[in-house]
Design a protein around this ligand. Structure first.
Ligand code: PLP
Length: 473
């Protein structure tokens, strides 16, 4: 039987014409309650918190996009999805959670092992909320630095979830996903923690972690999936085969904690997701070109974009690409087979790669861009050169001048919308992380995070250059 591809599912899954009117787009169902034919006899809906047609449609759509999934469960925000996953770690097994009778008899806490460079709100919830309101402890690890022995050491008897982001925010690090998954699979199934991957930065277009060893994917739908900066929503997506273990608990928490998205937001997010493939590709093509231009500008000390060949995470980026992204790239002329075959070599040789400012004479622009790497989402982090890097005030002044001189990039938090945004993680998205920890991660006043939109890339490049001219005047 034919299986439809990503863009087809994005348009059709969860979007069947309304049987009562044949309206091609399902109506927004605002009713909070549903009439029963007799006691307990109904069409699957009783009260809108426990089930709503627009939410069901969105969940069907998301499950079809996140390849390898059995079921998607929507929450009122990415943060509500984070809270649900953390609560699941503390919920008793007979309610669908992770806490066994043995855990309960011992009376200890459940543990989550989380990557150290993590979304600020995830850090805040695990370190500050779950610790005091839940039966939960969390520890934060640099998985690459820890290496295999360090990771094994950090997984404790009571560890219920290993939690990673890929790439991380804002440093755009790709953690060693295959190593982590291998370690987890060496643990007997009854004690094995689940592997949760926050896939918000890539969206299901670029990568499908459930096919790479993840058990659960978390999404802030507020970013690329809705894509228009007008919905706050989140979801947990369960790998095929794990429905029995996870679905009951996640659904129970969705209904019991009540962090559900509105029918209107589900409708908007479904509408946004229909164009995810088009948008995500354009975000990535624009970002690759901007990253490659900026990496040749002396006013930028460092460009982090995992799709750039010069990135230390390039090999992992190529390895993480979804089938759909590879298919689209090969249609655009990328030699995906060769990329995969050479991914290891490229990583080994970048130290000797001589990076100079101009495209070689007879290359077309497309070839020149392909030569720079692959599109890999629209997120770029840059470090502005400052004359005196030991002077944080001076560095802050240059960053502020740059950010306030941009014409098209709005100085704003968030990411993944069609419009370009720029921000300073030091004071904005990551301001809640203690200063010493921010500095250790590399989040200092010279760091700028760009969410590259789908505007014309020449206009975006021009905008960045004129702002750099003013900042460094
Ligand atoms: C935004 C974001 C979240 C939180 O999602 P909200 O919808 O804002 O609550 C979680 N993880 C990542 C990586 C994010 O970017």
């Amino acid at each position: 039987m034919h299986t439809d591809n990503f863009s087809t599912n994005a348009v059709h899954a969860g979007s069947t014409p309304d049987p009562s009117t044949s309206a091609v787009i399902p109506s927004i169902s605002l009713s909070t309650t549903y009439k029963q034919d007799s006691i307990g006899v109904h069409k699957g809906f009783e009260y809108s918190r426990s089930g709503n047609p627009n939410r069901n449609d969105f969940e069907t759509l998301l499950s079809s996009l996140e390849v390898g999934s059995e079921e998607a469960i929507a929450y009122s925000s990415g943060s509500a999805a984070t809270a649900a996953a953390a609560q699941w770690a503390c919920l008793a097994e007979d309610e669908g959670g992770a806490r066994t009778e043995e855990d309960i008899a011992e009376g200890g806490k459940s543990h989550i092992l989380c990557i150290n460079d993590v979304y600020g709100g995830t850090y805040r919830y695990l370190a500050r909320v779950a610790k005091s309101t839940g039966n939960l402890e969390a520890s934060f690890l640099d998985f690459d630095k820890a290496g295999e022995a360090g990771i094994r050491n950090a997984i404790k008897r009571n560890t219920k979830i290993v939690w990673i982001e890929s790439p991380t925010n804002p440093m755009l690090i790709l953690p060693p996903l295959s190593l982590i998954s291998e370690i987890l699979y060496s643990i007997p199934e009854a004690q094995r923690p689940i592997l949760l991957v926050d896939n918000t930065f890539l969206s299901p277009y670029y990568s499908n972690p459930l096919t790479l060893g993840a058990d659960v994917v978390l999404h802030s739908i507020s970013k690329y999936i809705n894509g228009h900066s007008d919905v706050i929503m989140g979801a947990l997506v369960i790998r095929r085969g794990l429905g029995e273990k996870l679905s009951r608990g996640f659904r129970f928490l969705q209904n019991s904690s009540g962090g559900i998205p509105s029918p209107f937001d589900c409708y908007l997010a479904s509408r946004g997701a229909k164009t995810l493939a088009l948008r995500a590709l354009k975000h990535g093509l624009n970002a690759l070109q901007i990253a490659s231009v900026l990496s040749k500008d002396s006013r930028i000390a460092k460009v982090s974009y995992p799709g750039l060949k010069t990135s230390p995470y390039y090999e992992r980026a190529v390895g993480a690409l979804s089938r759909q992204a590879k298919k689209d790239l090969s249609k655009l002329g990328w030699d995906v087979g060769a990329l995969e075959a050479k991914a290891g070599l490229i990583n080994g040789t970048i130290k000797h790669h001589n990076h100079h400012g101009r495209f070689a004479g007879n290359e077309t622009l497309e070839e020149a861009i392909q030569d720079q790497g692959i599109p890999f989402s629209g997120m770029i982090s840059i470090r502005l050169s400052s004359t005196d890097s030991a002077d944080p005030e001076a560095s802050h002044a240059i960053t502020d001048k740059f950010l306030t001189s941009l014409r098209l990039f709005a100085l704003a938090e968030s990411l993944g919308g069609v419009e370009s945004l720029a921000e300073a993680p030091w004071k904005m998205t990551h301001g809640a992380i203690p200063e010493a920890q921010r500095l250790e991660l590399g989040i200092d006043p010279s760091l700028v995070r760009l969410s590259v939109g789908i505007e014309d890339v020449d206009d975006l490049v021009q905008d960045i250059q004129q702002a750099l001219d003013l900042a460094f005047a």
